[in-house]
Design a protein around this ligand. Structure first.
Ligand code: ZN
Length: 585
């Protein structure tokens, strides 16, 4: 059994010492470090944080050959036990990277553990050495028998992963923290937080109802999937409360949540965190066990095209807003507010006219995770448009007496619970089972930029989207003030700024010979009374001045608001409540 020993005592140096012990069964030893981690579709080249790799056998160093930036090969003279040593720089705080400081340690094991060729499906052991007073939080079964534990390693800290996949599906949080236990349908759950609230309090102490609410959300996830209990037989929530950032990463038996203290202190902060909990917990089924065929098995070295990410992330993003309401925690008004904000963001995304949902899913590796200031012009997130499509599909199915819930439950029974990966055709079949025209409509909505009938379907549940227009002319660009200068931050491909030739990064120096120092100085350019006027802009680009002519356009839509249709029947409001509560149509 390969044994991975991690030494986290050099916290101030942010260095993780790694020793992987292994008894080879083949004269050629091949090692590779994953290039990415499931759930986050970007080649991260974790090897950039790895240093000083050496391999020893009975204390003698062995020569290794680098076969790629992330892989090594060694020709062995004998099959005696050997050790692979290296260290990792743990300075990147996110749910998918490693962070070790005097306050805590967090390890995403895909960034830590090298895979030994031929050992992937074998049991792996894990041991930790921690600074004094620190506790480990590891979502793996612990080995009761400490007999295999070497000197200096704490017997209580030995965990067993069924295979390499389970090993690197294990996020490790360590620190002077306390975990809080609770149960979901008699399955043991733990919650551990690193960081404190904005008021400096312990998160769970400051919010005594939190764990009970999380339990209710977890039960709502089980109900949505049509199961009595969670898919995992134990579960760990890790929350990082930090200054900024937002995100989560799903695992089979755990999740890591990254949330900002400031966001938590806001009026909707608790609700949004509860949605993140719902999102990641539902991934326990949707994407982890009910998984796209391209991810079965995972190929840790390559970017794999996954055409159905819109389902894995879009459906999860859609229902994460409904689940806390279905659990009886949030109000219908707040769900409509959050849903409306997403729909507005979607309708204001110019990229939806360029990239299809299928392309967005297929291009995740090179676009969504690598977006820049120009991306909104040509990209639409498969999370966002996927959620809009999930809403459309749910409402359309409800018109025909079914719902998205039934599709999810059927897919769980036909694929997820058996570990059968799904293809797009399986998803289309599952939807078309309840409404046969979807066998052609759904592939078309995935492949084209044509809009599914969103407004019409919202009317079924007594809702309408109303545009809100700006009260000034439109530049088709956004501008930020930095160091007393105005810089172009975004340029809409179809707008006046683009037609005038402005680029992201241009400095706006003067408007009709008047110096520009503050965003308010653009007032005369945007004033409605100058509609149709042509203006001169002096800009600086790459250190050179140039004059551009710009004619601002009529006011643009700045937001869409989701609201109740003025007159509606009691039946409509009943339908709306059942829909929001994930109840049968
Ligand atoms: Zn997700």
């Amino acid at each position: 059994m390969p044994l991975l020993q991690l030494d986290l005592r050099a916290a101030n140096q942010h260095l993780v010492g790694v020793c992987l012990s292994h008894t080879p069964s083949h004269p050629t030893l091949r090692l590779s470090l994953p290039a990415w981690t499931p759930g986050s579709y970007l080649i991260r080249d974790y090897v950039r944080q790895l240093e000083s790799l050496r391999i020893t056998q009975q204390g003698m160093p062995l020569e290794n050959r680098r076969t790629s930036p992330s892989s090594w090969e060694v020709e062995l003279q004998n099959l005696e036990p050997l050790e692979i040593h290296y260290q990792l720089v743990a300075t990147e705080l996110s749910v998918r990277t490693c962070h070790l400081t005097a306050d805590h340690g967090f390890l995403a094991l895909a960034a830590v553990a090298v895979q030994i060729e031929g050992e992937r499906w074998n049991t792996h052991g894990l041991q930790l050495q921690l600074p004094a007073g620190w506790e480990p939080f590891v979502p793996l079964p612990e080995q009761a028998d400490g007999s295999k534990v070497g000197s200096g390693w704490i017997a209580a800290n030995t965990w067993i992963a069924a295979d390499f996949d389970q090993l690197i599906d294990t996020p490790i949080e360590v620190g002077p923290h306390n975990a809080h236990g609770f149960s979901v349908a008699a399955v043991p759950h733990r919650w551990v937080t690193w960081g404190r609230t904005l008021a400096g309090e312990d998160f769970i102490t400051a919010d005594p109802h939190w764990l009970a609410d999380v339990e209710r959300v977890c039960l709502a996830c089980c109900a949505l999937m049509g199961v009595e209990r969670p898919a995992a037989d134990h579960y760990l929530f890790v929350l990082h409360l930090s200054e900024k950032g937002y995100g989560g990463l799903e695992h089979d038996s755990s999740t890591v949540l990254h949330y900002s203290r400031k966001a938590l202190a806001k009026g909707d902060g608790r609700r949004k965190l509860l949605q993140l909990v719902a999102h990641e917990y539902l991934h326990q089924w949707n994407v982890r066990r009910l998984r796209p065929a391209e991810l079965s098995p995972y190929r840790y070295g390559d970017a794999v095209v996954i055409p159905t990410l819109w389902f894995a992330e879009g459906v999860t993003s859609y229902v994460d807003q409904l689940l806390p309401y279905a659990a009886g925690i949030t109000t219908a008004e707040s769900v409509l507010e959050d849903l409306g904000a997403d729909l507005s963001r979607y309708l204001l995304s110019p990229g939806r006219a360029v990239q299809s949902l299928l392309e967005s899913s297929q291009e995740s590796w090179v676009k969504l995770y690598k977006s820049d200031a120009y991306s909104p012009n040509s990209q639409i997130s498969y999370y966002l448009k996927g959620a809009v499509l999930a809403l459309v599909l749910d409402l359309l199915l409800r018109r025909h007496g079914a719902s998205l819930t039934q599709v999810l439950q059927n897919l769980w029974q036909s694929h997820g619970r058996w570990g059968r990966g799904y293809h797009e055709s399986d998803l289309v079949e599952a939807f078309a089972y309840f409404h046969s025209p979807l066998s052609t409509l759904l592939p078309e909505w995935l492949r084209s930029q044509s809009e599914p009938p969103l407004h019409e379907l919202l009317a079924d549940v007594g809702l309408e989207l109303t545009p809100e227009t700006d009260n000034h002319l439109d530049l088709g660009a956004s501008v930020e003030l930095k160091a007393g200068q105005l810089w172009v931050q975004r340029v809409n491909r179809q707008g006046p700024a683009s037609q005038a030739g402005l680029m992201v990064g241009d400095e706006l120096v003067a408007l009709d010979a008047e110096r520009l120092c503050h965003p308010e100085d653009l007032g005369p350019l945007l004033d409605l009374k100058y509609s149709g006027h042509q203006r001169q802009l002096l800009i600086s680009r790459d250190g050179l001045m140039r004059n551009l002519t710009i004619r601002p356009a009529n006011p643009a839509i700045k937001a869409w608001t989701l609201g109740l249709v003025a007159s509606q029947t009691g039946q409509t409001s009943d339908q709306r409540n059942r829909w929001l509560g994930l109840q049968p149509a």
